[in-house]
Write a protein that binds this ligand. Sequence first.
Ligand code: NAP
Length: 314
Amino acid sequence: MTHRVLIAAEIRNLVELAQLTDLDITWLAADEPTPKGDWVALVPLLSRWVGGTELKNLPNLRIVANVAVGYNNVDVVAAEMRGVMVTNTPGVLTEATADLTWALILATARRIVEGVDLVRSGTWTGWQPEQLLGLELRGRTLGLLGAGRIGQAVGRRAPAFGLRILYSARTPKPDFEKETGAVHVDTGRLLAESDILSLHVPSTPETKGIVNGETLARMKRGAILINTSRGDLIREEALAMALERGHLAAAGLDVYADEPTIHPRLLAAPRTVLLPHIGSATEETRRKMATIAIANVQSVLSGKPPLTPVYGAV
Ligand code: NAP
């Protein structure tokens, strides 16, 4: 028996052909609206909103298999009410995203982009004692807002750079503390003591806008803000103002509130390293994400439980 499924066209080259048996696939490009019809599974990218209307238009839907670990693009309450499973792709993108977070930490602390720009401009006049002075990592404090899979993976890389780790999460992580010397603190202390603050909480109603004018003012003068989680955790205009005033030394961002649009004031702000949402963008990881999404679909359509359901995860 074949099942009619809607799959993001952009993952076509990443999925294993053998996984697609028994699926009657409609490849759906990111810029096409979600259609109405009798499809039983939807495999969307994080750029596709799947809310009440979309779910109503797909009355036979049994699963939304998101190709991301974050699932803030899916109305999970509406899905649960309609008996539609929602799955994500946890775990496989943890190390790739942690590496990219470190790329941003090092790029902002050591002013890599400004250095590249100076060399390329042809105006570099040679070694100078006070040129592009950055932040020495050794002895500083890395603050992790959220210490789940990715936050902890970022933290595990920190001792090699001589950083002390503070973290905030809903529950303490004794194994992580033992391994890295990390200390569980409340958000107030995290803001006040971090030289580098890195965001790893998901986007939820409680975390949206958690970095705003008031919380930025509580951060250390000269601190660096890193975000590889979700853009709407940050009020972008407030961040731009903190950078303009020099209250923050730098910001390294992979994600934005309204992708692919970036707030014009943030785009123009000094000392930013802005990446185009490439946290999980390694060949291996993107293949694994696509594979897990389709494996979830096959599992549910064959009457088995999903491999990586999201209900109850947050
Ligand atoms: P995770 O394992 O679920 O970790 C989330 C962490 O956030 C946990 O420590 C959790 O606390 C904490 N948390 C959740 N809600 C909170 C709240 N209201 N207040 C304080 N802490 C809260 O998720 P993950 O796999 O590390 O992924 C984190 C996020 O990264 C995803 O949601 C996704 O949006 C983003 N991401 C981005 C990229 C990219 O391409 N840039 C790639 C992958 C993931 P507890 O541990 O106490 O529950």
